[in-house]
Design a protein around this ligand. Structure first.
Ligand code: ADP
Ligand code: ADP
Ligand code: ZN
Length: 215
């Protein structure tokens, strides 16, 4: 099964992708996570992406398309995958179709997470993740059971993203409208676009996605 989770920053793509990974054995392919790892490791791609990401702009199509092309050829992707944060532009969506075609694969569904954007600034402002295992949390909506201790791995160090500050978040939302929203009609015309209410509670969003995948 190959699916795309689509929505503005903060919509819950990463949260739901991790759940699908656990529940269905699919692989989460987050271009944001891969780019952050490249920045941290100081690779040539990371050096190019660093400033662009900090500003809340999109990294070039060429870079992310290359990353995805390499990644989906890894053996674990045979199990199926969830694209989280890719594609983000029409050229990326077209390149994805082309590469899936080359491998004889096709997308099962593109799930748009519909949210109230005014609330997304608050969502990303409260976002933090476990430094050890990457589990995502939120100051108000998803606190660890024990304060300061990761539910999953017991880690006690957490990270907040630099680009989650309110000013940068406004730019990222503007990028979403200008560059990413135009891919919705592209998938609609292919008949594979579905919607979930991303404002519902985390468990409820998972149920909505599971209902779509069970169709
Ligand atoms: P995205 O990957 O789309 O940017 P995340 O999955 O990282 O979004 O979620 C953003 C923040 O909002 C995280 O702190 C997460 O814990 C929280 N969150 C995710 N889904 C919901 C939801 N349905 N309701 C409330 N908070 C949520
Ligand atoms: P969010 O989960 O909040 O939607 P991501 O972690 O997916 O954010 O992305 C963080 C940043 O990484 C983006 O603002 C952008 O600079 C870069 N990025 C991630 N995926 C892509 C992509 N497919 N195309 C271009 N830039 C990307
Ligand atoms: Zn952890």
């Amino acid at each position: 099964m190959k699916i795309i989770l689509l929505g503005p920053p903060g919509a819950g793509k990463g949260t739901q992708a991790k759940r699908l990974e656990e529940a269905r054995g699919l692989i989460q392919l987050s271009t944001g996570d891969m780019l952050r790892a490249a920045v941290k490791a100081g690779t040539p791609v990371g050096l190019k992406a660093k400033a662009v990401m900090a500003e809340g702009k999109l990294v070039s199509d060429e870079i992310v398309i290359d990353i995805i092309r390499d990644r989906i050829q890894q053996p674990d992707c045979i199990k199926g995958f969830i694209l989280d944060g890719f594609p983000r532009t029409v050229p990326q969506a077209e390149a994805l179709d082309k590469m899936l075609g080359e491998f004889g694969w096709k997308l099962d569904s593109v799930i748009e997470m519909v949210v109230d954007e005014a609330v997304m600034v608050e969502r990303v402002a409260g976002r933090f993740t476990c430094a050890k295992c990457g589990q995502g949390y939120h100051d108000s909506f998803k606190k660890p059971a024990k304060d300061g201790v990761c539910d999953v791995c017991g880690g006690t160090e957490f990270i907040r993203r630099e680009d989650d500050r309110a000013e940068t978040m406004q730019k990222r939302l503007a990028e979403f409208h200008a560059q990413t929203a135009p891919i919705l009609p592209y998938y609609k015309s292919k008949g594979i676009l579905r919607h979930v209410d991303g404002m519902a509670a985390i468990d409820d969003v998972t149920r909505q996605i599971e209902a779509i995948l069970a169709e």
